[in-house]
Design a protein around this ligand. Structure first.
Ligand code: GYE
Length: 333
């Protein structure tokens, strides 16, 4: 039986007590020189960034279940949306001398010091979901996640097709973006903007961050509705914010999907259901179900094998132009 350490803040205290004992006695309960032969027996520390959306909950569940399947001992920490918590959690994994550290960085900057400490301790690091910004390639072994720029491109391509289909002369777009300085926020914006910039019909008239959170998505949309006379399109960087924005539209007497064309990213079950109902027009997929891939690559790393520098998920796009939406299997998040 392998034990599973899934801890929230209340368990952090216990972890710190353990770390203090290790520091005081100068010994750990495991020999760092022992190399696990496969993923069974491996200890992985995963520093999750928060629980802001159904996407994130699906991602956490995928990691926990994949660890169980692989017989990996998972030390799991949730930083509740604060980078300083995530840095502290990574430090606790270093002190515990886990075999591999994996984390989903909330923002891109500010990781060099703590990742340098992991490298000095000889612990390989996997960056998952979002990317980091660093000049030093040796600070992490590989990345596992989605290509957010490509997601923005797919969103833009859908809109060009839609503009053709409805013979649009001009479409005013409002954008609700994700957490400022995070990779999905930057790249979903960039991929979309680059794709539509040559099309004179399409104009982004306003863009505000809703931090990937439903309630903030609603506030952003309320503000847009109050400020702008003509809004034709909403491009929202995640489904959680889209659900909030739809609430704001309906409260203002607007018909989502008809009065305002809605493009959203993630592909939660709720968004797919609203696409089928006609309240959302396009859903760009971003799968959070990367737990198994993380476990496989972590095991390779721990065995000292080469791993790919970047492992991207395959994401699709679903829209009102598809005629097989009813055949889509349950999304699982
Ligand atoms: O789109 C959003 C979540 O980093 C890709 O974070 C992830 C994003 C996802 O809060 O729903």
């Amino acid at each position: 039986m392998h034990s599973l350490f899934v801890s929230g803040r209340k368990h952090a205290l216990a972890a710190f007590v353990l770390i203090a004992i290790i520091a005081l006695t100068g010994c750990s309960n495991r020999d760092v020189s022992e190399q696990p032969s496969e993923s069974g027996g491996l200890i992985i520390g995963f520093a999750q960034l928060g629980s802001e959306s159904a996407w994130r909950l699906g991602n956490t569940q995928s990691i926990i279940e994949a660890a169980e399947r692989a017989g990996v001992q998972l030390m799991f920490e949730n930083a509740q949306q604060k980078q300083e918590n995530q840095i502290r959690d990574i430090r606790s994994f270093i002190a515990y001398r886990v075999d591999v550290i994996a984390f989903a960085p909330i923002v891109e900057d500010g990781w060099d010091n703590v990742l340098g400490e992991a490298r000095d301790a000889g612990i390989p690091v996997l960056v998952t979901d979002r990317m980091i910004n660093t000049q030093d390639d040796t600070l992490f072994a590989g990345f596992i996640g989605s290509d957010f720029y490509e997601e923005g491109v797919m969103a833009g391509e859908y809109l060009i097709k839609k503009a053709d289909a409805i013979d649009a002369e001009s479409l005013n777009i409002v954008e609700i973006s994700g957490t400022v300085e995070s990779t999905p926020m930057k790249q979903r914006a960039q991929g979309f903007a680059d794709t539509i910039k040559g099309d004179a019909r399409l104009d982004i008239i306003d863009s505000v961050s809703g931090d990937f959170i439903r309630s903030k998505g609603k506030e952003c949309m309320q503000k847009f509705i109050d400020t702008h006379d003509k809004i034709d399109v909403l491009y929202s960087h995640n489904d959680a914010m889209t659900l909030g924005a739809i609430e704001a539209m309906e409260e203002a007497g607007l018909k989502p999907g008809e009065d305002i064309i809605i493009i959203t990213v993630d592909g939660e079950q709720k968004a797919i259901d609203l696409l089928k109902e006609g309240k959302i027009n396009c859903v760009v997929e971003c799968t959070p179900l990367i737990g198994d891939t993380i476990m496989q690559i972590a095991a390779q790393l721990a065995r000292g094998e080469e791993i790919p520098r970047y492992t991207y998920s395959e994401d699709r796009v679903f829209s009102e132009f598809d005629d097989d939406l009813d055949e889509l299997p349950e999304r699982g998040y």
